[in-house]
Design a protein around this ligand. Structure first.
Ligand code: TXA
Ligand code: MG
Length: 336
């Protein structure tokens, strides 16, 4: 159900959820200071309660309303990349809802780069918590139509067009000592973060039992089976192996469809062929997977881009989309 900016603002202020556009993916928003509104996000998404939510704020000054520390490193990142696809995980002020932060001592914050949502934050005077506006573990939405297809037409959606970045924000945790760590790759790369902060990331050993590691950031909600189409997925590092798999599937009278990265030979099934540019592939990624998923074939065949830094975020999402298909990867793609 499409709603206007004024309706979206009124709904949020009365404690309801509204799907909102951002430059990354659509988010399912609720007033970040209202626990009963926040609970509606979890029930609508069928999301486990221990998965913390990202708070979307209108400007950098609002960090102080949520975080107990805003170290120089984090300030530099915010100044460099906001508004934009970067989420900062910072130590939380005591008043920040436990529902919002899934009982973590930290809070995740970002200023989204979308004029409609920035206008909504301004008009409502709220900060809004918003995870991606899809059912738990399913494909993230990059259009209002995706939101309605996934969550149902009764969910209010503020339509802001198709998302231009196309995959979820980069998440960086910054501890009070100013060290930073990448928690989720995105289109802002680790290199860009190191450059903006002037220092490399300090990876905290999650298996460490050292009690001095109290500041260890956790990465809740990073399930392997995330961002998944309903159709079983097989991943391939080499086009030739994908083409063989297509032949084998068709040989036993089953159906498949393929997502290809870059030019070259194509298999004899329905194909979406994306470019060789990481930004363009990211922008088209979920849209393409939604289209292929809707074909209801027996198997989706996905070509992975090269294992290089520029492709880290796209490879992360595709590997997770194929989380259910590690076996088929092994059986079809044995050449490595
Ligand atoms: O681009 C995005 O980040 C989108 C748009 C809507 O802004 N949002 C998004 O939210 O991807 P979601 O819920 O799908 O992913 C948020 C992730 C959680 O799964 C969790 O890993 C991390 O953010 N997160 C949130 N709060 C955290 C915290 N306090 N500590 C560590 N990780 C946190
Ligand atoms: Mg999500």
């Amino acid at each position: 159900m499409h709603v206007s900016l004024a309706q979206a603002s009124a709904l949020l202020k009365s404690g309801e959820v509204v799907a909102i556009p951002t430059e990354t993916v659509y988010g399912l928003a609720a007033d970040a200071s209202n626990d009963s509104a926040l609970r509606k996000i979890f029930t609508t998404k069928q999301r486990p309660a221990d998965h913390p939510l990202i708070v979307h704020i209108g400007n950098i000054n609002q960090v102080y309303a949520w975080a107990s520390e805003f170290p120089e490193t984090a300030m530099q990142l915010a100044k460099t990349f906001w508004p934009g696809p970067l989420t900062l995980v910072l130590p939380a002020l005591d008043h920040v809802s436990r529902v919002l932060r899934g009982n973590e001592p930290t809070v995740a914050l970002r200023v989204p780069n979308h004029p409609t949502t920035l206008a909504l934050l301004e008009l409502s005077g709220l900060s809004v918590a918003a995870p991606s506006a899809n059912l738990f573990t399913q494909l993230s939405p990059t259009t209002a139509a995706h939101v309605e297809a996934g969550l149902g037409v009764h969910v209010p959606v503020l339509d802001g067009g198709a998302c231009t970045v196309g995959i979820e924000s980069t998440i960086v945790s910054v501890t009070a000592d100013g060290n930073w760590q990448l928690l989720r790759p995105g289109m802002i790369s680790e290199e860009q973060i190191a450059h903006a902060t002037g220092k490399p990331q300090v990876v905290v050993d999650k298996t460490s039992h050292n009690i001095l590691d109290k500041q260890t950031p956790k990465v809740p909600g990073q399930h392997l089976l995330h961002y998944s189409p309903r159709t079983p997925v097989a991943l391939f590092n080499h086009r030739a192996d994908l083409m063989h798999a297509c032949e084998a599937i068709q040989h036993i009278n089953q159906t498949c469809a393929a997502l290809l990265i870059g030019a070259g030979d194509t298999p004899t099934c329905k194909v979406i062929q994306l470019s060789e540019k990481p930004e363009e592939v990211a922008e088209a990624l979920y849209r393409s997977l939604h289209v292929l998923d809707a074909l209801q074939v027996n198997q989706l065949l996905i070509e992975l881009p090269p294992n290089t830094l520029a492709w880290t975020a796209v490879r992360d999402r595709l590997t997770r989309a194929g989380g259910s298909a590690v076996e088929s990867l092994r059986s079809h793609d044995v050449s490595k």
